[in-house]
Design a binder for this molecule. Structure first.
Ligand code: BG6
Length: 488
């Protein structure tokens, strides 16, 4: 299949997040961020999602008193902060034309509420963008990818506090003003639906700081504030710079009913609606009745003013971005059924699918189904901004990594998106695999859960040389992008 003919302007790329790659956690004026408080949590290997997704004040106290990087993997990342030239050069040689990365808010406004931005932070991201430009690589910038200045958690109520909307927009506008000449694609908030599953990493919400309050209600109010902040980014870009595009972004885990029992079909529909509520608001510009009814049933009062409604309605997303890694099944009653894991959630095991070492079920057709479903729902351009396989890799004595499993994963998923583009009448802007180099896992903070095309010599304890080695998947991706006519 000649897929370059199918979509000559297709954006092929890679994706990262600042807190998972950069390191340099306290350099050049950067403030402490919530990601700097996250420790190695291999517990994610169990099904105890509640435990791994939460954060408590004690952990934050610990983070505040320990200024080392040992045990705080996101503080050292994979040193992209200093090695971005080397990494971009390596990746440019694969033939990518797109690079998605995020900005560390605390590098620009160290405390979140500072009067002036940190110039060194702005200059750093300008340098990254200019480096990409050297290779004709189009940047896609995520403004908030699982981090915010810690000060906004300690001295405000994180995203629950309406003042944080203003601070976020000041940060967003500062960065957009600085980079808009070269950055045309923006995503305000990564996986905006994830606030429900992991309220700390998504929105800085720590349950024990809201004692006496209904924490679920706190989460929903913070969610509303994130919607307003994201809509204000759309408004700013559209009013000020006509050539910028702003995307919504959700975690698109595919959800199937466990079997054709209508009760299980209903359970799957409800699970999916919980996620679609988020893209509905950003793409259609209004709260779906489903979510309003759910909140009412739960007795959660949400403050949505007429002004908020107008803001959401008038500032909808230009494209629909999503991450896709795996699928789950749901059942109305899952007692006795085998459990499976997915992106910080769990479901019922699907006996038709293999699973990764981390128990995420591998489902390329689920990607095609997601594309069809999202396009039929919104009729807006779609963008797969994350897709990849977390696995344990072995570096051989002669510095090779034979990751055929990752090649298989990528090939199968890319095949499905190409079929979908050719046969399903969808509009897809691009595909970014996660990630260019290995990086720190968002959920478990493990280094050993590797996604990259390039191996980074570093272990879970932070030992290693940080040297980069191209994996077999690197050469495969390079071949894919240079062939132009068929999938290798
Ligand atoms: C996505 C996140 O949901 O999943 C990334 O946006 C993350 O930040 C990716 O790295 C994979 O998850 P994990 O926990 O395996 O790193």
């Amino acid at each position: 299949m000649d897929y370059f003919k199918t979509a000559p302007n297709f954006m092929w790329g890679v994706a990262t997040a600042a807190n998972q790659v950069e390191g340099g956690w306290d350099e050049d004026g950067k403030g402490m961020s919530i990601a700097d408080c996250m420790r190695y949590r291999p517990k994610i290997d169990t099904n105890d999602y509640q435990a791994v997704n939460q954060m408590d004040s004690h952990e934050i106290e610990l983070a505040l008193t320990d200024h080392s990087t040992k045990g705080w993997a996101k503080r050292h990342g994979v040193d992209f902060y200093h090695r971005y030239r080397e990494d971009i050069k390596l990746l440019a040689a694969t033939g990518i034309n797109t690079y998605r990365f995020s900005i560390s808010w605390a590098r620009i406004f160290p405390n979140g509420d500072d009067a002036q931005p940190n110039q060194a932070g702005l200059d750093y991201y300008l340098a990254v963008v200019q480096e990409l430009k050297k290779y004709n690589i189009t940047p896609i910038v995520t403004l908030s990818h699982y981090e915010m200045p810690l000060n906004l958690v300690l001295n405000y109520d994180a995203w629950f506090d309406p003042q944080v909307i203003g601070y976020f927009n000041k940060f967003a506008q500062t960065v957009i003003d600085y980079l808009h000449d070269d950055v045309k694609y923006w995503i305000p908030i990564n996986e905006i639906d994830s606030i429900i599953r992991h309220p700390f990493s998504s929105a800085g919400l720590v349950a024990d700081r809201f004692q006496g309050q209904n924490f679920e209600a706190v989460i929903y109010q913070a969610m509303h504030h994130q919607f307003l902040a994201a809509a204000k980014v759309v408004q700013y870009c559209h009013q000020r710079y006509a050539d910028l595009q702003v995307g919504s972004m959700i975690t698109r885990t595919m959800v199937y009913p466990y079997n054709s029992d209508p009760q299980n079909v209903l359970a799957a529909t409800e699970t999916m609606r919980d996620v679609y509520a988020f893209s509905d608001i950003q793409v259609r510009g209004r709260y779906p009745q489903y979510l309003l009814t759910t909140l009412k049933r739960k007795g959660i009062p949400l403050t949505i003013s007429a002004e908020d409604r107008a803001l959401l309605q008038q500032n909808t997303a230009d494209f629909v971005a999503f991450s896709y890694y795996s699928s789950i099944c749901t059942a109305a009653d899952s007692t006795g059924l085998k459990v499976t894991k997915a992106n910080r959630t769990a479901g019922v095991y699907n006996r038709y699918l293999p699973e990764s070492e981390w128990g995420w079920q591998i489902d390329p057709v689920g990607l095609r189904l997601s594309l069809i479903d999202l396009y039929d729902r919104y009729q807006k351009p779609l963008f797969i901004v994350e897709n990849g396989l977390g696995a344990t890799d072995t570096l051989t004595a002669d510095h090779h990594v034979h990751d055929q499993y990752r090649i298989d994963y990528l090939r199968q998923h890319i095949q499905q998106l190409l079929i979908s583009m050719a046969e399903d009448g969808i509009e897809l802007m691009g595909y970014c695999m996660w990630g260019p180099t290995d990086m720190i896992s968002a959920s478990s903070n493990q280094m050993s859960k590797r996604y990259g095309l390039v191996y980074v010599d570093l272990d879970d304890a932070g030992n290693g040389t940080y040297s980069r080695y191209r994996k077999d998947s690197y050469y495969w991706y390079q071949q894919l992008l240079s062939y132009g006519h068929q999938i290798p």
